[in-house]
Design a binder for this molecule. Structure first.
Ligand SMILES: NC(=O)c1ccc[n+]([C@@H]2O[C@H](COP(=O)([O-])OP(=O)(O)OC[C@H]3O[C@@H](n4cnc5c(N)ncnc54)[C@H](OP(=O)(O)O)[C@@H]3O)[C@@H](O)[C@H]2O)c1
Length: 568
């Protein structure tokens, strides 16, 4: 057996049922340390085996190895070696007396993070919440109206009653700032000095999450903004750990290398990307272009540059470049990158079903429940990787504890496609069942009756559908409008705009709708194992998607949550 890294193997382990389970346990814990006669074993089929965990570090066993490239099989002896598991101790104890900086504090995940820390460990030393605002007064106003007044904080308010205000004034420091600026745009020098002295952990949740963002804006926040947060973290005297949340088929928990592209052919230089933006802006301004046309040119530039280097949209492209800068410039900073998949409403805490804003798959739920969507585009056999927001936040906290003071880079995929996958077709069934039982009442007071949707499973069928249902009638309307001296101009333009909008959405989201891969979560599985085995308060910081019953979650938690918090 040669064991070169691009050979693929299926590992079939011989032995009694019980011992087979034990070997599965080994596979669950430390894949990078699985040795096969001294060579690394890299097999996607390992996922099928990752069922349990173990505390042993070494295993010698007998088995068959199938070489998929030649279809030969070998029965042989092989050796698994495992690293020592991480020791976590008490998470609550770790958090006690720590100071944490959270950027993007008005955002969805940041609010859930803030609430969790204050509820689980009120003895945290300080929570510095950085949000975009001109000064401290407007920052406080934003905190009061966009953060603490949200229903999310209901349980915390019940727990603390009249004392919540004093808890907040003692523990929470609102920081007006902007991550696109050096020193995170913190103008109050005393506050800046205090933060640099006090902060133990930086949690960067600031981002633009718009797939179709202007390139200059997305590059400023998601790429260079991440670098500014890193520079800030490097200057923090006590920093234990910097933590970032990013997004990215089998998709490995690997880092991006500076200059890496997804197509593997183009050359990517982030400084050149910055120059391209500046030159395009200068050119447009020299031509006296309107703000509207600058905005539209910048949106197009983002998609164009992303596609040039193999990414489907500006958001993921600029995020990937941010990761490259972090990996390259991190020096000795303990860096953890968390890549959640599609984040959905809370599973359990502070209460089930809290969600905010129309996010990815929820736009389908809203459109369908209101009777506006009658067809879906996507491969019915595909898997949709979703993960409840409270699990993402718990994974952040556990990773924080696991990596404090370790000067390396760790990457965690927090999702469900490997351990408890959701099929695309289930979502249609959940939507149909839910809205049939609980129809949305429209503004005329009438229930919206939903039907089973038509599923267009290929781009070709989608194009045919659009041509017959919309493009041909649009053409007809154009001819009639010309013949009637522009009498139908408004109707024509309205239909034209709507069709263009749908085509743009499909252009942006299409790659995800036919996405076949799964997100490797070996590192995250290892973290869960460490939490289970060495952490006394692991139950408080649950993040194992295997505990989720998706029928219950979607029917009793998520869809009702979306209807309550998002439907307007
Ligand atoms: N939610 C998901 O499904 C999901 C999935 C994968 C990864 N993620 C990642 O998780 C992180 C948090 O996501 P989220 O869903 O909580 O996003 P979100 O709700 O859109 O929040 C992002 C926050 O960042 C703030 N922000 C933007 N630019 C900033 C700047 N220059 N300086 C300071 N703050 C700034 C925004 O503040 P304003 O209020 O001022 O605009 C907003 O509050 C992001 O990195 C995102 O990419 C999210």
């Amino acid at each position: 057996m040669g064991g070169s890294s691009n050979e693929k193997y299926v590992v079939h382990i011989l032995g009694s049922q019980q011992s087979t389970k034990d070997y599965h346990k080994y596979l669950a814990c430390t894949p990078p340390f699985i040795s096969f006669f001294g060579s690394k074993l890299r097999s996607p089929q390992l996922y099928d085996l990752r069922l349990m965990h173990t505390s042993l570090d070494l295993c010698l066993c007998f088995g068959s190895v199938y070489d998929l490239s030649s279809l030969n099989s070998y029965t042989t002896t092989f050796l698994f070696l495992f690293s020592s598991p991480m020791e976590l101790g008490s998470i609550l104890h770790f958090l006690e007396n720590r100071s944490i900086l959270v950027t993007g504090a008005t955002g969805f995940l940041a609010k859930i993070f803030t609430e969790k820390i204050l509820r689980a460990q009120p003895n945290v030393k300080k929570l510095y919440l950085l949000l975009r605002a001109a000064d401290s007064k407007s920052a406080m106003l934003r905190f009061n109206t966009e953060v603490i007044s949200k229903d999310l904080f209901r349980i915390l308010k019940e727990k603390w009653g009249g004392n919540l205000n004093s808890l907040i004034s003692e523990k929470v420091i609102i920081v007006p700032g902007d991550i696109t600026c050096e020193s995170l745009g913190v103008k109050d020098l005393n506050l800046l000095e205090e933060m640099l002295k006090e902060v133990d952990v930086v949690v960067n949740l600031a981002a633009t999450t718009n797939f179709d963002e202007r390139y200059d804006v997305a590059l400023g926040i998601n790429t260079w903004g991440a670098k500014h947060v890193l520079d800030f973290a490097k200057n923090c005297a006590k920093l234990k750990h910097m933590y970032l949340v990013r997004r990215r088929g089998l998709i490995k928990e690997d880092s991006f290398k500076l200059g890496e592209t997804l197509n593997g052919t183009s050359e990517l230089d982030i400084s050149i990307e910055k120059n391209v933006v500046e030159e395009t802006l200068n050119h447009l301004r020299a031509e006296n272009s309107s703000e509207e046309s600058i905005k539209s040119a910048m949106i197009d530039l983002g998609i164009q540059r992303a596609r040039k280097h193999g990414w489907p949209n500006t958001y993921v492209f600029t995020k990937a470049m941010g990761e490259m800068l972090l990996g390259h410039f991190k020096d000795n900073i303990p860096l953890v990158i968390i890549r959640p998949t599609i984040v959905t409403s809370t599973y359990k805490e502070p209460f089930p079903g809290w969600v905010e804003g129309i996010r990815t798959i929820d736009s389908l739920a809203v459109g369908y429940g209101k009777g506006k969507i009658t067809c879906f585009l996507g491969d019915p056999k595909s898997t949709i990787d979703v993960i409840p927001a409270d699990m993402v936040v718990n994974a952040i906290v556990v990773a924080m504890v696991a990596h404090a003071n370790q000067p390396n880079e760790s990457i965690y995929h927090v999702g469900s496609s490997v351990s408890n996958p959701v099929e695309f077709t289930w979502l249609q069934d959940y939507g149909y069942q839910y809205f049939t039982k609980h129809p949305w009442i429209n503004k005329d007071g009438k229930p919206v009756i939903v039907g089973k949707v038509t599923v267009l499973s290929t781009m070709a069928s989608f194009r045919r559908y659009m041509a017959v249902r919309y493009l041909l009638p649009l053409k007809g309307l154009q001819i009639v409008n010309a013949a009637c001296c522009q009498y139908f101009r408004v109707t024509y333009l309205d239909l034209y705009r709507k069709i263009n909008f749908v085509m743009r959405l499909i252009d942006l989201y299409g790659p995800y709708l036919f996405f076949k891969a799964v997100y490797d979560d070996m590192n995250t599985e290892k973290l869960r194992r460490a939490a289970r085995e060495s952490c006394e308060d692991a139950d408080i910081f649950y993040f194992d998607p295997k505990i989720i019953n998706w029928d219950d979650y979607f029917m009793k938690t998520h869809i009702p949550g979306v209807v309550k918090h998002v439907f307007k």
